[in-house]
Write a protein that binds this ligand. Structure first.
Ligand SMILES: Nc1ncnc2c1ncn2[C@@H]1O[C@H](COP(=O)(O)OP(=O)(O)OP(=O)(O)O)[C@@H](O)[C@H]1O
Length: 262
């Protein structure tokens, strides 16, 4: 469970990125965070795994106060929390399997780290993760030979191979076309339902958020202005979250999607 209690995040003295954040996310939820650019979505996500430090309030992950953790504690926290980025963060010159195996490096004894020899168990876990996202047949293919959607699935396999309790996804489909986006979102949904992994996702595509997430959190200038079930989100609520600019944003995305097809 993730709990934000009166959380505040400032960057320097002047930028108040998050304020009065009170939130409780149970294990196994699929949550989409929506809001205008600059509203504070990434900041909220990145406070959970301590990529950013909060500057006020309390943030608990499974009853552990994240701000109190030191080196080893932070590493342990991050083993429980997978992170997926828009840009996939893969080593493209090497194989899919090697990219997934990389997630085991922190678990290896020193001699294995040096020789780069992974155990049979690690290989089985990596191949199982690839199977779970439907790209087992690509295990020995170089990443740079895959499509964007396939690369995002490799990133997802690398994350689930760690056996995380939570996956944070920061705009995971922003650089994908609509068809590929759907495949990747289906993977997230499957992983969430089958493995009970919590998924907390920042997403610009409102209609995708409403289709896939169970719960929507709307952020506007650093504050939560909506927190409820996806089925209860009305056009008025969206209008408020997006400060009346939703149509503008949708047009912009449609343009970008057209470009992705070219
Ligand atoms: N490292 C930083 N240093 C200073 N200000 C920052 C930093 N990161 C974010 N901010 C500011 O904090 C606010 C929230 O930014 P954040 O990136 O969390 O928004 P966002 O909703 O994720 O936006 P986007 O959708 O464009 O990614 C913005 O005003 C942003 O300029």
């Amino acid at each position: 469970m993730i709990e934000f209690i009166n959380v505040e995040k400032r960057y320097g003295k002047d930028v108040l990125a998050l304020q009065d954040i009170n939130l409780s996310i149970e294990q196994g939820e699929f949550v989409a965070i929506i809001g205008l650019s600059g509203a504070g979505k990434s900041t909220l996500l990145r406070c959970i795994n301590r990529m950013h430090d909060i500057t006020g309030g309390t943030l608990l992950v499974d009853n552990i106060e994240v701000a109190q953790l030191k080196g080893k504690g932070v590493r342990k926290l991050r083993r429980r929390i997978g992170m997926i980025f828009q840009s996939f963060n893969l080593v493209t010159r090497t194989t899919v399997l090697k990219n997934v195996l990389v997630s085991f490096i922190p678990d290896l004894p020193a001699w294995r780290k040096i020789t780069g020899i992974f155990s049979k168990e690690h290989k089985i876990r990596a191949l199982t993760a690839l199977d779970q996202v439907g790209i087992l047949d690509k295990a020995y293919v170089r990443v740079d030979q895959l499509s964007g959607g396939q690369q995002q699935r490799v990133a997802l396999a690398r994350t689930i191979a760690q056996n995380p309790a939570i996956i944070l996804a920061d705009e995971p489909i922003a650089s994908l076309d609509p068809v590929t986006s759907k495949q990747v979102m289906d993977d997230f949904k499957k992983i969430n339902k089958d493995m009970q992994i919590s998924v907390i996702m920042n997403i610009h595509h409102v209609e995708v958020a409403l289709e896939y997430a169970d719960r929507i959190i709307g952020i506007r200038t650093g504050e939560i202005v909506y927190d409820g079930h996806a089925s209860e989100v009305t056009p008025e609520i969206l209008d408020y979250i997006y400060n009346g600019k939703l149509d503008e944003i949708q047009d912009e995305f449609e343009e970008k999607e057209k470009e992705a097809y070219v």
